[in-house]
Structure formats: C-alpha cells, structure tokens
Design a protein around this ligand. Structure first.
Ligand code: GDP
Ligand code: GDP
Length: 458
C-alpha cells in the first residue's frame, strides 16, 4: 500500500521543481542505465520516512473556460486516484483566478488537499500567504521548493495522517537515505527462506492495447471468473492467486480482466497510477510490448519505473503472430538499440492470442525471482569486491587511494550489495557502475537489477 501524492496547480508555481526535488534520490538508478530518461510526470520518492508515488499533473492555463476543459484527462484522473493532493500556488504572484478555479474543483472532489504557497524565499511569507486562506481549503503551508525549504515538513504533515490510517509506519530516520540492513548470515538465510516460500507477485503491465487482458485470460486458462464492478474499486488492480507447476503466484491484474462485467464488457480505462502501484507491490514485472508498434516512450517510462523500484523484470514482445520477417528483424534491432542497456532481462516473443511462447514465460519469471532472492554470503561478496578492485584500482581522491574493505548483502528483491570502505562517498559514478557490473557478471544475476551502496568506514 503505497501513497500517491499529486502535485496540482497552474503553470509556473513550482510543481516540477518540487517533483524533481522529491524524486531525485529515488530515481538515481536511471543514471546507471544510460538510455533511460526519467519520467517527468511520475516518480518514486522517499522523504520524511515515507515512500510514495508522486505525480506532476501538469499545469492548467487559467485563461480557458471551465475547469474540466482546462485540465487534461490524465491530470483529472491523477487527482481522482491520488491519496493526497498538494495544491501549489505562487506566494509571489498572489492569488489568481486560476487558483480559485482549481480550488473549486478540489473542494467538489472532496479530496484530502493541502494548500502550498511556494516561493516564500526572500519575502514575508506570512503576509504573502494570508490571501490563500480564502480558497477555503484550510491551512496554507509555506514552501520554497527551489531551496528545499519546508518540503520535508510538508510531506510529513501531509502523509502522517494517511499513513496512520493505513497502518504504514515510518522507515528510517534519515530523510534522504533508505535504511540499509546488515544481515547476519542467519538473518539472510531466514529472509531468503521467507521470500522463497511466498507466492511470486507478478504484475502484468504495459500501455493500452498491448495485449494484457488477452495474456491474463490465457494465463488464467480462459476460465474468466467474472466479478462485478463494485463502486469505488476501479482504481486498484485485482489480485488473483494461481498455481503453476507447483509454484504459487499472485497475478496482479492491472487490466481489470477479472472485474470486467460479462454483460457490459466495458473496457477498463488505462491508468498509469494503477500500473505504478502494481509495480510497487510486485516481486516480478512482466512488461508487455506490442511488436506492431515498436518501442514507445510510454514503454520506456514504465520500464524506468520498474527498474527504479528494483523489481525483477521479464519482457514479452506480444503479437508476434502474423507479421513478416522484415518486421520481426526491425523490432529485434530496435530492441537492441533501445533496450540493449538492460541486457540482464530475458525477452520473449509471444502471441497471447494464439498462446505461442506463453508457457516459457514462467521459466524466466521464476529465474528472475530466484535471482532476486538468492542469498550470497559475505565472504563471497567480499571476494568479488576484492577481485574487482584488483582488476581495476579505485581512483585516488585527494592523493589517497579509495580503500574498499568488505561487502555484504543489504537486501533482496532487488539484491543490494553494501560495500564498506574509506572515502567511498568520493568514488566517481563510473567506478560505481563498473563495480555494479562486476558484481552482476560474477554472480550471474539474471532478470533483476541489482543495487550497490557504499558505506563509509568499517
Ligand atoms: P511548474 O510549471 O509549476 O512546474 O513550475 P516550475 O517548477 O517549472 O517553476 C517555475 C519557475 O519558478 C522556475 O523558474 C523555478 O525556478 C521557479 N521556482 C520554483 N520554486 C521556486 C521557489 O521556491 N522560489 C523561487 N524564488 N522560485 C521558484
Ligand atoms: P490490453 O489493453 O493491454 O488489455 O490489450 P487487449 O488484451 O485488450 O488486446 C488489445 C487488442 O490486441 C485486442 O484486439 C486483442 O485481440 C489484440 N491482441 C492481443 N494479443 C494479441 C496477439 O498476440 N496477436 C494479435 N494479432 N493480436 C493480439
């Protein structure tokens, strides 16, 4: 259960500035995969001890008529699906008609909303904010997103009541850094046994019309148990327990196959947020790409989100039936060109419609999950670390060589390797990447990203 925070407001109030500040640390992995750009709308954040999904809904232009036409459909959908709305205004510009129109919409939606007066740096915040009280949405919170002032407090304030209601507890004390565990060998074994005994939570994701429903139906054996729509539940995926070759799964159905009513057969509206929540809650992501459309920006956005979340990953290129060799060659070379950097993920060419290749997906899904939860001892990790250091010495920093001391497991799914040493915070990214790849190759990790974290001292 991960909270969704939507940033709402007219253009230029500082939404993307805040978005970048919130997602910067969490999306750091993207830097390790040249070729992936960050999604400027959807991101993962960790602040004030809470992990959450943040959505920049984009700006609305105050000159148009009517709130519904002003806000793009996705923005309105994001507001509907958000748990908390941060309504941003510009304390320097003062209250505008567009602010009032947005406020009216938010009041009518009965959403948990916090009014933020941004850009209070260098001005008298209290007097500048006074007029925003008239929006009728309660307290006005002062912020200077560009400086990071008031951001942590705001998130703490906005998410604590929600988290308490949902039974989500704060993690860690440090705002920017997620806590890294140091497992003893016994704890590591217990954790691995625990993960191996649980069903694999598999999220089937992809943009609209790639074949998610068709594949889900095929996987479920066409039995199609229909559950009628209960009001207010469309925003979440359906969780379907299933078994295959003695292995238990929970299929996270983002396409709403099991919900779709037989009578109405209405097509469920695609929701990015629902997809991102499913990714967060999964162990393994099965990303479907449409062979007939090639690789779209949206595919890369979902991929980036899954990688940042550290999820194990299998890629299925669907609709591989009825296309000629030329198209197949083109798709394959496009995959190499645009997804070559995630060479650890298995790619399958399937036809959900005819069932071709679907059975083999399970092998890769299990392999990815096993890779993501496989235990590696401290001595093994330290030995690999040592070898990587011998092959390629860490650089000198201030005339002293960075010294790596030992490595241990810091978590699973994704596997986290924690490296201890002196001056490790000074290691250049290129060296960190080199080490990550060294660990990946040496451990033969397939189907999951791995993370490497550096810890100063012993
Ligand atoms: P958006 O259109 O709502 O996403 O707004 P942006 O994040 O692009 O910000 C619009 C402008 O306001 C940019 O020039 C930012 O640098 C500036 N800005 C954002 N936050 C602050 C702040 O806290 N203080 C000041 N002085 N400027 C800010
Ligand atoms: P979703 O929106 O991702 O759930 O996509 P659907 O499963 O509803 O599929 C969208 C369209 O693509 C439908 O018309 C399907 O019949 C078609 N489709 C799905 N899988 C395949 C496939 O493997 N081959 C072909 N030719 N068409 C497919």
């Amino acid at each position: 259960m991960i909270p969704v925070v939507a940033l709402v407001g007219r253009p230029n109030v500082g939404k993307s500035t805040l978005f970048n500040r919130l997602t910067r640390t969490r999306d750091a992995l993207v830097a390790d995969f040249p070729g992936l750009t960050r999604d400027r709308k959807y991101g993962r954040a960790f602040l004030a001890g809470y992990e959450f999904i943040v959505v920049d809904t984009g700006g609305i232009d105050g000159t148009e008529e009517g709130i519904e036409t002003k806000m793009a459909e996705q923005s309105l959908a994001a507001i509907e699906e958000a748990d908390v709305v941060l309504f941003m205004t510009d304390a320097r510009a003062g209250l505008t008609a567009a602010d009032q129109a947005i406020a009216q919409h938010l009041r009518s939606r009965d959403k948990v909303t916090f009014v933020v007066a941004n850009k209070v740096d260098g001005i008298d915040g209290d007097s500048a904010c006074a007029e925003f009280w008239s929006l009728g949405l309660g307290e006005v919170y002062q912020m200077a997103a560009a400086q990071g002032r008031g951001v942590t407090n705001m998130i703490d304030y906005a998410l604590t009541p929600f988290a308490e209601a949902m039974g989500i507890s704060k993690q860690g004390e440090d705002d920017e850094q997620e806590e890294v565990r140091e497992y003893t060998e016994e704890e590591a074994e217990a954790e691995q046994n625990r993960l191996q005994s649980l069903p694999i939570k598999l999220a089937i994701i992809g943009k609209p019309n790639v074949g998610k429903s068709t594949l889900t139906n095929r996987i479920l054996g066409e039995e199609r148990v229909v559950v009628y729509d209960a009001p207010g539940t469309t925003r979440d995926s359906i969780y379907i327990p299933m078994e295959r070759d003695g292995r238990e799964y929970i299929l996270i159905d983002t396409a709403g196959v099991r919900r779709r009513s037989k009578v109405h057969e209405m097509v469920e509206k695609y929701s990015v947020i629902k997809t991102l929540k499913a990714v967060e809650d999964s162990n393994v992501v099965l990303l479907i790409i449409d062979a007939r459309e090639g690789i779209a920006e949206q595919d890369l956005g979902l991929l980036g989100f899954a990688l940042n979340a550290g999820r194990a990953l299998v890629i299925a290129v669907n609709k591989w039936d009825g296309i000629d060799q030329e198209v197949k060659d083109r798709v394959k070379s496009e995959l190499d060109r645009r997804l070559g950097f995630i060479d650890f993920a298995r790619v399958h060419f399937i036809s959900a419609l005819h069932g071709t290749g679907v059975g083999h997906l399970y092998e890769s899904i299990e392999e990815a999950y096993d890779s993501a939860t496989r235990r590696v001892s401290t001595s093994m990790l330290t030995r690999i670390m040592q070898m990587s250091q011998d092959d390629h010495q860490p650089p000198l920093v201030n005339g002293r060589r960075v010294k790596l001391k030992y490595a241990h497991a810091g978590g699973y799914n994704p596997p986290i390797v924690v490296v201890h040493g002196n001056q490790v915070s000074k290691l250049p990214d290129s060296y960190k990447r080199y080490m990550m790849n060294y660990f990946r190759r040496s451990l033969n990790v397939v189907g999951t990203p791995i993370q490497i974290r550096f810890h100063e001292g012993a």
